[in-house]
Design a protein around this ligand. Structure first.
Ligand code: NAG
Length: 362
């Protein structure tokens, strides 16, 4: 009797110990698989940290006053006074402080391994949009991602690279230029080929779909696709479409409804692209931008319809430069130049996406 109990109790203790070890191991492995390895970004000037500095294009922002509030007040090529949403996301995920451009030749393997941006200012989902401004098309950006994989594979081996690729977060942000510069721009090529805006939006979707499929083939498993902003609230669009743009400025509803229609199409179609091992999420930025512009929820931006750089009515790219006057307090502005948000506005957009990002990586 005695010896039997003495024999059983240590067994139970050992069993409990084993259960503990197994559950600890399980938690450890889970935590490991949840850690984001890197952030990779594709798209236009909203997420280009300076790839265009290495391309023959005028769509650049690597001179003052761009970057006036960035690290060391450095103009990097980011179309803002400071950091972009993707910089905030990269530091939130703990991969790095700011996301560099892939085309920067000084990047080390360590820099590469935590992610880069392949985005190119002036680009769109429509290859013709990118060609208009000398920007990289999305398929060229995907080619660069393939170059990236080859380069990193050579340094750390295929297995580790595949692992890095699988555990990374991918962000795609584009589309505004397709409408603002291309379809509704001076050149009529696309309006002739696609007489209705909805036929053009369907064409854009075909481009988005083949790009995302290409990205999944390369191993992407967590992809966030960013919506269009309220295009009718961009200062340059207000200026070009108002009767008295100097004295009476308000968002152009016609353009905002284009964004709304496009966003619906995007959100719906993305659902159809889900794979068993891939999560694609739709990231809405229409609402946070609209909230800022309409001063919803007591967000204290004083100037919501003009950029901080120059007159704030038309300047972007080379037109916002060393000779442009700059507003006295950039934090009061939603827009830095006539197309792009200020760092404070980008930070607000990032905060509005924080919950979504948390759910998405969990
Ligand atoms: C700039 O504007 C922000 C937001 O309105 C405000 O909090 C800050 O105090 C202002 N800074 C200066 C120097 O006036």
């Amino acid at each position: 009797m005695r010896s039997k109990i003495g024999y059983t109790i240590p067994n139970i203790v050992f069993l409990l110990f084993l259960i503990n070890v197994v559950s600890l191991l399980y938690q450890f492995c889970n935590a490991e698989s949840e850690k984001v390895s890197a952030v990779f970004v594709f798209g236009d000037s909203t997420v280009d940290p300076g790839n265009n500095n290495y391309l023959p294009t005028v769509a650049r922002a690597n001179f003052p006053p761009y970057g006036k509030d960035f690290v060391n007040h450095k103009p990097t090529g980011r179309f803002s006074n400071g950091r972009l949403v993707t910089d905030f996301i990269a530091s939130f995920l703990g991969v790095k402080e700011n996301l560099p451009p892939f085309l920067d030749p000084t990047l080390t393997i360590d820099d590469l391994m935590t992610g880069v941006s392949f985005a190119s200012s002036g680009g769109g989902y429509d290859p013709f949009t990118s060609q208009l401004s000398g920007a990289l098309t999305t398929s060229q950006q995907l080619d660069l991602f393939r170059d990236y994989k080859r380069k990193v594979s050579m340094a750390i081996g295929k297995e580790r690279t595949d692992d890095l690729i699988r555990k990374a977060v991918y962000i795609v942000s584009s589309g505004t230029n397709d409408f603002a510069f291309n379809y509704y721009g001076a050149i009529v090529v696309r309006r002739t080929a696609y007489p209705t805006i909805s036929s053009y939006q369907n064409f854009l979707w075909q481009n988005i779909e083949s790009f995302l499929q290409g990205l999944m083939v390369e191993g992407a498993q967590k992809i966030g696709v960013v919506s269009a902003p309220p295009i009718g609230c961009l200062p340059a669009i207000i200026t070009a479409n108002s009767k008295d743009p100097i004295h009476s400025r308000k968002c152009i509803e016609r353009f905002n409804s284009i964004s709304i229609d496009y966003n619906k199409l995007l959100e719906n179609n993305l659902k159809g692209l889900q794979r068993w091992n891939t999560r694609i999420i739709y990231a809405d930025i229409y609402k946070p931008v609209m909230d800022m512009v309409t001063r919803n929820r007591q967000i204290d931006f004083e100037e919501v319809h003009r950029g901080c750089c120059g007159s704030g009515l038309i300047e972007a790219d080379f037109m916002c430069n060393q000779n442009s006057p700059v507003c006295t307090n950039v934090s009061k502005y939603v827009f830095w130049d006539s197309f792009h948000p200020t760092e404070r506005a980008y930070n607000f957009i990032f905060k509005s996406l924080e919950t979504l990002i948390r759910q998405y990586i969990g």
